[in-house]
Design a protein around this ligand. Structure first.
Ligand code: 8X3
Length: 250
């Protein structure tokens, strides 16, 4: 490749599993050099062995870890996918665990901010950057037992909107994808602290929940629109989930 058309680069956080890993794969297939960032080095090294790119051991909640990521990326970046996030616990507000709530705010909001803050200069320098935050339908509604997570994901949404306003005169798109029910290996298992029965119950009887690949496909579509096309937010659910509480189970 000559210097006038450098290979497009992307950073994907939380790339070790689920939506993050699928997104890294899809972007690599679309021609990006992907910096696969996650805490679990063995996983991202295995992923990079498969798809190319650069593995970066990174904890988005650590400022020094994020600074090291930015250093590795260098002074030019086309796409940032802020995917690292998650739910910890499902207790009602009246029984909530403060540490779970802190962890959810740390990763879904502060981590997203830290990575964004570190990489905005490189995204601006590309002349046509894009930031794509992975939110959730949990950032649109409320449900019982979900308050720690819904509060954090509402945070993801509002930070995205704010950033779009703040970068309005810069060559950087700011977008959010808000998935509903996506069946991945880890999301529900992590939420229920390894309780497989509780995790399985989330998807019980749902013939076709979304997959990580469905979300990766949508993210790749959003990212690869022309630089003047900003998909502000894309809410995406399985057909079986007409609304958060209205899920068709057979
Ligand atoms: C995941 C969607 O329904 O579990 O972000 O809150 S839900």
């Amino acid at each position: 490749m000559d210097q006038q058309t450098p290979r497009r680069t992307a950073v994907v956080t939380g790339a070790s599993s689920g939506i993050g890993a699928a997104t890294a794969r899809a972007l690599a297939a679309a021609g990006y050099h992907v910096f696969c960032a996650a805490r679990r080095r063995d996983r991202i090294e295995a992923l990079v062995a498969e798809i190319g790119g650069t593995p970066v051991a990174c904890d988005v909640t650590s400022e020094s870890s994020v600074a090291a990521l930015a250093e590795l990326v260098g002074d030019r970046l086309d796409l940032l996918v802020n995917n690292a996030g998650g739910a910890f616990g499902a207790a009602p507000v009246a029984q909530a665990d403060s540490d779970d709530w802190r962890r959810m705010y740390e990763v879904n909001v502060i981590g997203l901010m830290q990575v964004t803050r570190a990489l905005v200069p490189a995204l601006v320098a590309s002349g046509a950057g894009a930031i794509l935050n992975v939110g959730s339908t949990a950032g649109r509604i409320a449900y019982e037992g979900g308050a720690g997570y819904t509060a954090a994901k509402h945070g993801t949404q509002v930070v995205t909107e704010t950033l779009r306003l703040e970068l309005w005169d810069q060559p950087v798109r700011v977008m959010e994808i808000a998935p509903g029910m996506v069946k991945t290996d880890e999301f529900a298992l992590v939420r229920f602290e390894g309780d497989q029965d509780k995790a399985d119950a989330v998807y019980a009887g749902v013939a076709e929940p979304l997959t990580a690949e469905d979300i990766a496909d949508a993210i790749t579509w959003m990212a690869t629109r022309p630089p003047h096309v900003n998909v502000d937010e894309l809410v995406i659910r399985p057909r079986a989930q007409a609304a958060q509480h209205k899920v068709h189970r057979v």
